[in-house]
Design a protein around this ligand. Structure first.
Ligand SMILES: C[S@@+](CC[C@H](N)C(=O)[O-])C[C@H]1O[C@@H](n2cnc3c(N)ncnc32)[C@H](O)[C@@H]1O
Ligand code: SF4
Length: 375
């Protein structure tokens, strides 16, 4: 719907930087929470008119580690949003949380502030894996965090990372089977990716560790799909699984190219005004972001129009991540689509093309087949 809006709020700080993570997150022990709260409120104020007549459907506090924010700051941000625009009665408001003790003890205060969904970064139920991933929590901390989330929120999710060095299919199967008892509504399972600029990137390059080969990670991926399916937790996106009705509404807005604004350092936004679609990115540096707001300016580092052709490609790239797929008319190269259907990488049902499990394993190759040189 044209006047619907989502809001992403980025908190750029973490207690420690994980060796695999390339998100805009920084270690910082001396945050002046009053100053930071003021900056977020100012950024929302500066959006003023643009968000005035919208219906806010989802709000997502991501990071970094937003569970390190003061619940008071979250409360102030949500109150400010509500004073500027219309927030839907059914709004989904998610907060990403780490399972450390201080953060999980704040769950109730976050709920009081308006959060109605948490997404917990469990990453693994094995201490050995957590150590490799540089996490500062144990698997028991994660279990406690889930228990508290379960008693406080009527909707929660957690993240796991698999395809770790030396992990076998059997080990992942055991871990995921153990995880089943804790999945109430939603889970994200990510294959470990080695991102440029991270500590793991350097270590992987000098062969300090090796990732499982493609065949093993493909088996793990299929196994994830199959195990979760037995509990009616269906895959609705490449790495996301939910019981019916518990798909993350905020992420669906990204994948379905809805309108959202990004608040906070490095946050992205994409929205339509006067029939033109814009995509914009905030300054990544927390200090530059704050400086800009101090000067009364929106801290946008780049803003560009998204052309019709770019929108078509985005639709395709995002749509093929989702179970429901895309309308065949989005695709110009129909013979290639037909070939991919015949080879079992895509299905075609009532003009809707969607990737099969086999197709999702090679999604990038499929996109480059369909899009040619653009991808
Ligand atoms: C912004 S991070 C998480 C928020 C929170 N700070 C945490 O770490 O729990 C979102 C999720 O992305 C996943 N993730 C981040 N980097 C990854 C990587 N290189 N490979 C696979 N998953 C990754 C993790 O599962 C993480 O929980
Ligand atoms: S994975 Fe989470 S806790 Fe670790 S550095 Fe990234 S955002 Fe911070």
């Amino acid at each position: 719907m044209k006047n619907e809006l989502s809001i992403y709020i980025h908190w750029p700080f973490c207690k420690t930087k994980c060796p695999y993570c390339d998100f805009n997150s920084h270690e910082n022990d001396s945050i002046d929470h009053d100053i930071w709260q003021e900056a977020y409120l100012r950024e929302i104020d500066l959006y003023g008119e643009m968000i005035a007549n919208k219906k806010v459907k989802t709000i997502f506090f991501g990071g970094g580690t937003p569970s390190l924010m003061r619940p008071h700051t979250v409360d102030a941000i949500l109150t400010k949003i509500a004073s500027k625009t219309d927030v839907s009665d059914e709004v989904e408001i998610t907060l990403e949380a780490n399972p450390n003790s201080i953060e999980r003890e704040s769950f109730y205060s976050f709920k009081q502030a308006g959060i109605n969904r948490v997404s917990i970064g469990v990453q693994s139920f094995k201490d050995e894996n957590l150590k490799f991933l540089g996490r500062s929590h144990s698997y028991q901390d994660a279990v406690k965090a889930i228990d508290i989330a379960c008693s406080v929120f009527s909707n929660y999710s957690f993240d796991l990372i698999y395809a770790l060095p030396n992990q076998t299919v059997n080990e992942w199967e055991k871990e995921l089977s153990f995880a089943l008892q804790y999945i109430a509504h939603h889970i994200s399972c990510y294959q470990l990716t080695i991102e440029k600029g991270t500590q793991f990137f350097t270590e992987h390059r000098r062969k300090a560790f090796c990732l499982p080969n493609e065949e093993i990670s493909a088996s793990m991926y299929e196994l994830t799909h199959n195990i979760l399916k037995t509990r009616a937790i269906h895959q609705y996106e490449v790495s996301n699984y939910a019981k019916d009705g518990f798909e993350c509404k905020h992420n669906m807005v990204y994948w379905k190219l809805g309108d959202y604004i990004g608040i906070g350092p490095g946050a992205h936004g994409r929205y339509e005004t006067n029939d033109v679609v814009y995509s914009c990115i905030n300054c990544y540096s927390p200090s530059k972001w704050r400086e800009s707001l101090k000067n009364g300016k929106l801290p946008i580092q780049s803003k560009k129009m998204v052309t019709n052709e770019e929108q078509r490609v985005e639709k395709l790239v995002m749509g093929l991540r989702l179970n429901e797929g895309i309308n065949i008319n989005t695709i110009q190269n129909k013979p290639v689509a037909e070939k991919l259907v015949n080879e079992g990488f895509l299905t075609c049902n009532k003009d809707m093309l969607a990737t099969t499990l086999k197709g999702r394993l090679v999604l990038n190759a499929i996109l480059s087949d369909i899009l040619g040189p653009i991808a």
